[in-house]
Design a protein around this ligand. Structure first.
Ligand SMILES: [Zn+2]
Length: 209
């Protein structure tokens, strides 16, 4: 399965694994197909077992972290997912070796950098822009414009990270029929592309910002 429903990093596409947790069933989703029906559409170098790409190591690391939590009898809750998204295992592995996208890193948090002073679109260091955890039971979106770990940017080529919030903020979903601001009933932009919070977001924000 390629994309998550509950937990996505969005998304510079292909930025990190996604996890969907439902009672008695968990799915670890990375950026290749895993189902029998679709895995024939993967590029060979994108397969989970192709060790040079970052799909296999991110998926297996995610599973290891989930198993650790379960062995300790801990809940797979919002806090757990945030911690998993913040994981830096494989951070030191050379992203230049990734055959899918050069400079696309191997950790789950995936800061993405070529250690340059400027972002070059033609030689982009692929990585995470923002992190989110969806909590359907409470109709909440927990969102961090920036890496899940909250660290600040180290280099100028780390896309949008100079605007990182460095923390998660929680937003509620509008109730059915609720006026949702300008253009009521249609999606409301809560931030700019650079992560600046817009006035319309205040009606959905549930935590201190
Ligand atoms: Zn991080």
């Amino acid at each position: 399965m390629q994309r998550g429903i509950w937990l996505r990093s969005r998304w510079v596409p292909m930025a990190r694994p996604c996890m969907r947790g439902i009672p008695r069933r968990r799915v670890m989703e990375v950026n290749c197909y895993q189902s029998k029906e679709l895995n024939g559409f993967n590029l060979p170098e994108a397969e989970l077992h192709a060790t040079q790409n970052n799909n296999g190591c991110r998926s297996s690391r995610g599973w290891d972290l989930v198993q650790e939590q379960m062995k300790q009898g801990k809940l797979l809750d919002v806090s757990t997912f945030r911690d998993i998204l913040s994981d830096h295992e494989h951070r030191d592995r050379d992203p230049a070796e990734n055959p899918l996208l050069k400079w696309w890193g191997y950790s789950i948090c995936n800061h993405g950098t070529r250690k340059q002073d400027a972002y070059e679109a033609d030689a982009a260091p692929w990585g995470t822009v923002s992190a989110e955890v969806l909590e359907p039971a409470k109709k909440l979106l927990h969102y961090n414009y920036g890496w899940a770990c909250g660290e600040g940017a180290e280099f100028q080529d780390q896309l949008f990270q100079s605007h990182s919030w460095s923390h998660f903020a929680s937003f509620r979903s509008p109730s059915a029929g609720e006026h949702t601001g300008r253009g009521g009933g249609r999606p409301v932009a809560c931030t700019t592309v650079k992560g600046e919070l817009l006035a319309e977001a205040s009606q959905f924000l549930c935590t201190a910002f």
